[in-house]
Design a protein around this ligand. Structure first.
Ligand SMILES: [Zn+2]
Length: 242
């Protein structure tokens, strides 16, 4: 027998589906609509359908964000810097991906995405699909929100990354255990130390899929210990008189 909960959910989904289809502007990206209609709870608006699409495809979102950033390039004179002041928009640590257009000195203002620097259109989409022009109230692409979350918290996507590696440890090749962790192949301190002058947005790839792997916890602990020893050695060498 159908539970009361299931009946309510079905009724809500019927309403949401109706609302979504009524409001749907044409053309609407088919994969976005297909996913929306398959959700356990159907998003009732095009905007929510788009958000749901990117949340479900974080790797696509982060690839797109890097491609869009490539169209912008870095602003003239920009270099990756860290900062303390809250209103400068500078990242406080090298663990945060460098994003010039979030910095107050290079901000492009509403209508341009603070992550990739490209124009934002209706529903946070990245092209003018509906010929409505730039969305002057927006500062993030829907895809770039998800890319930003992914770069800052890749562990949240551990399940997806495990699947991509066929559940094998990226370092030892052994079967991934439950406690496996997401690791940056080239550690972020090293990116800051050795590669910080690389052009933007190439830098972003160090936070993206190209530099991520899932590895077993024991391998991760050993890798981190080695990295710490290497950092200490590097510091000693640079402190020695020339
Ligand atoms: Zn963007």
């Amino acid at each position: 027998m159908q539970s009361e909960w299931q009946r309510r959910k079905d009724a809500q989904n019927r309403r949401s589906r109706e609302r979504l289809l009524q409001r749907l502007p044409q053309p609407f990206p088919k994969p976005v609509l297909d996913r929306a209609l398959r959700r356990p709870f159907i998003p009732p608006t095009p905007r929510l359908a788009i958000n749901s699409y990117w949340s479900g495809h974080p790797l696509r979102a982060e690839r797109l964000a890097r491609a869009l950033a490539r169209s912008s390039g870095a602003p003239a004179g920009w270099r990756w810097r860290l900062g303390e002041e809250h209103d400068s928009g500078l990242p406080a640590t090298f663990r945060t991906p460098p994003t010039p257009y979030r910095e107050s000195a290079y901000s492009l203002g509403p209508g341009a995405c603070c992550i990739c620097g490209q124009p934002i259109y209706r529903f946070g989409w990245h092209s003018d699909l509906w010929q409505t022009g730039i969305n002057k109230n927006a500062v993030w692409h829907a895809a770039c929100v998800v890319a930003w979350e992914f770069w800052n918290a890749p562990n949240d996507q551990a399940r997806l990354l495990r699947r991509l590696q066929s559940r094998r440890c990226g370092a030892s090749g052994r079967r991934l255990r439950k406690d496996a962790q997401v690791d940056h192949r080239i550690p972020l301190f090293q990116v800051w130390q050795d590669y910080r002058d690389r052009p933007w947005p190439d830098l972003l790839a160090y936070w993206g899929l190209p530099n991520l792997q899932v590895i077993n916890r024991d391998v991760h602990i050993e890798k981190s210990a080695q990295e710490t020893r290497q950092r200490r050695l590097d510091r000693q060498i640079s402190a020695e008189p020339a």
